[in-house]
Design a protein around this ligand. Structure first.
Ligand code: C5P
Length: 229
């Protein structure tokens, strides 16, 4: 018998990567940011100048790479420092760049990429005691997760958060209009792909974070877990 699993899914910029590490810390669970895995593979493909639609080359790449995610440290103001390596290169900052963000959905739609990464995710969560965030955790990776959360927010709010985030990280000044368009496109690609598309599991609890502080969202998830488990 395995320990419980929390699945946190939702569209781009809904707050998953901010909220989930803190939930893990409070509840003493392992944490896995599955988006970081798709981002790391995308970074590597771009770095090796592999064409995004060369599925055979990308399949080869993903079968041979080693992704390592460090247990996040929660910094002041709740920001997690989530270190990520691929083939021993530290790509923590690089995987959040606008360039990786622009190509990640095309890579994440590929069958071989998903098969390899989902297998690693299932292995990681084999014994439970883990909270995972992504797009397909509650629907595909762990459809039997004990608690499923679907985080949402309006496109406008998500673009606003991303703008602040990119600026703080010194990754550029982007207009809200541009960011809204990017987020809209990425959601569309993630929701319409053939394999394990982004959608809310029928038994997931939706939390709209538009008017909620980060701490409130964290508290809600922690309470739901304690009520259920
Ligand atoms: O969550 P994040 O924005 O970092 O995810 C980046 C991208 O990785 C998503 O837009 C999606 O294309 C892909 N992804 C996925 N399945 C997951 C997590 C992320 O397809 N479980």
């Amino acid at each position: 018998t395995r320990r419980p699993i929390i699945a946190i899914d939702g569209p781009a910029g809904s707050g998953k990567t901010t909220v989930t590490p803190k939930v893990a810390e409070i509840l003493g669970l392992l944490y896995l940011d599955t988006g970081a895995m798709y981002r790391a593979v995308t970074w590597l493909a771009l770095d090796k100048k592999i064409l995004i639609n060369d599925e055979a080359a990308i399949a080869e790449l993903v079968s041979q790479c080693t992704i390592r995610l460090e247990k996040p440290e929660i910094l002041a103001n709740n920001t997690p420092s989530l270190r990520v390596w691929i083939n021993d290169q530290d790509v923590t900052t690089a995987i959040r760049s606008p360039n990786v963000t622009a190509y990640v959905s095309a890579i994440a739609a590929q069958k071989a990429v998903r098969a390899t990464l989902v297998e690693q995710q299932r292995t990681y969560g084999r014994n439970g005691g883990v909270v995972m965030d992504g797009r397909d955790i509650g629907t595909y990776v762990f459809p039997d997760a004990e608690l499923k959360i679907f985080l949402t927010a309006s496109v406008q709010e998500r673009a606003r958060r991303r703008q602040i985030d990119l600026k703080e990280k010194g990754q550029g000044d982007f207009s809200l209009e541009q960011l809204e368009a990017d987020i809209y496109e990425r959601d569309k690609k993630d929701s319409s792909r053939a394999i394990a598309p982004l959608r809310q599991a029928s038994d997931a609890i939706e939390i709209n974070t538009d008017h909620l502080a980060i701490d409130t969202v964290i508290d809600q998830i922690v309470s739901l877990y304690r009520e259920k488990i």
